[in-house]
Design a protein around this ligand. Structure first.
Ligand code: AHM
Ligand code: MG
Length: 358
């Protein structure tokens, strides 16, 4: 069978790097390592339905380990691979209370925040789940030093030797991200990411094990006809939030209402659909969410990376009081934040309602 010559994700990342003559290739290396982790998780997710059967027969997974819970597997896969990739100085994961150090001697200049497998309540029911990641340059990135070493086969290389990162290196505004993205394990596995030069989507060809560029230069439609929200939280919402959702459901043919509801309950899947078809996703603060004033979703590895992507695609991401997600100064690793994200026009309209201006 002839395959069309596709652009692989590694080739695409190299092309991006070539556009920056001063680039050292470290971000390229980092993303490539993450992609390997994503492919490993994807293979395991595809085996999920068989996990019990394999478990019962005493089989081991592709890592040669006992079958683990998928979210643990995803967390371990990313943390182990990335701890020794040589490009990071510290990580944080939704699955870990504290910061994750990198392996000594492998310290690089970037930080990584990730949600290894988002949408965990959907794991057992064959609904799309995803991995979300966010990369920053650590603070004072120049306070390490450079070392020359000779690599067999690669000749003399200059590499940066840094220090372990700290919580402070991770607590940076979304606006300062150097890369962000997600992998959705759905009907096919897709990688969507940005390095600040547009948003690009890649689809995994499992027979070759490569991600190919399938969605170049993604732009989110300016206005949509879909809203995604957990309406079961209605009794806990503010009056403004209730009025906004009622508004979306009123008939007004000229304005394109009522909107249709689409809610999967997997942030990556809900976000991805809205990115492609247009839509607005809302998880506002409510009387039920932990910490009440803050909503449910996490700033560093859920809201912030998706906000970077949506802005790069022409959309918007704000809190329910109208603050741009990317401008929030994080206070703690697992901080929660109200999230309104999606098509520009829809987020504008939601903001007007939620801030009491409509
Ligand atoms: P998780 O990190 O425990 O999986 O929770 C995050 C998920 C998101 O994927 C999704 O958008 C949201 O929780 C759904 O919440 P709810 O079940 O309250 O609607
Ligand atoms: Mg999550």
């Amino acid at each position: 069978m002839h395959r069309p010559l596709g652009i692989t994700v590694s080739r695409h990342i190299m092309d991006l790097q070539r556009m920056h003559p001063g680039a050292t290739g470290e971000l390229t290396g980092l993303l490539n390592e993450l992609i390997v982790a994503a492919k490993t998780i994807s293979a395991e997710v595809n085996m999920a339905g068989l996990a019990d059967i394999l478990g019962m027969s005493g089989k081991t997974n592709i890592q040669g380990e006992e079958v683990q819970k998928l979210d643990e597997f995803a967390n371990n896969t990313i943390k182990r691979r990335m701890a020794r990739c040589g490009y990071l100085c510290v990580m944080t994961s939704e699955e870990e209370d504290d910061v994750l150090p990198v392996k000594e001697g492998y310290e690089g200049k970037y930080t990584l925040a990730f949600d290894p497998l988002d949408g965990s309540s959907n794991i057992d029911v064959n609904v799309s789940i995803g991995t979300i990641f966010s990369v920053h340059r650590r603070r004072n990135a120049k306070d390490g030093f450079f070392r020359r070493r000779t690599d067999p086969g690669a000749g003399v290389r200059t590499s940066y030797v840094g220090r372990q990162g700290t919580v402070d290196d991770l607590l940076q505004k979304g606006r300062d991200q150097v890369a962000a993205g997600y992998i959705i394990y759905g009907s096919s596995t897709m990688l969507v990411f940005t390095t600040g030069e547009g948003v690009h989507g890649f689809t995994l060809d499992p027979s070759v094990g490569e991600f190919y560029l399938s969605h170049p230069e993604i732009e989110i439609p300016e206005k949509s006809k879909y809203f995604s929200v957990n309406e079961g939280n209605y009794p806990y919402w503010s009056d403004n939030m209730r009025r906004y959702i009622e508004f979306l459901k009123q008939e007004d043919k000229e304005a394109g209402r009522p909107y249709s509801a689409r809610y999967i309950g997997s942030l990556v899947a809900d976000f991805h659909r809205n990115l492609i078809t247009g839509g607005i996703f809302l998880y506002p603060r409510d009387r039920k969410s932990p910490g009440k004033a803050s909503g449910k979703l996490r700033l560093l590895y859920e809201a912030s990376p998706l906000a970077f992507i949506v802005e790069q695609a022409g959309g918007r991401a704000i809190t329910d009081d109208g603050v741009a997600i990317l401008d929030i100064e994080p206070q703690s690793l697992h901080q929660r934040v109200p999230l309104i994200i999606g098509s520009r026009h829809d987020v504008d309209e939601a903001q007007a309602f939620l801030t009491g201006n409509r």
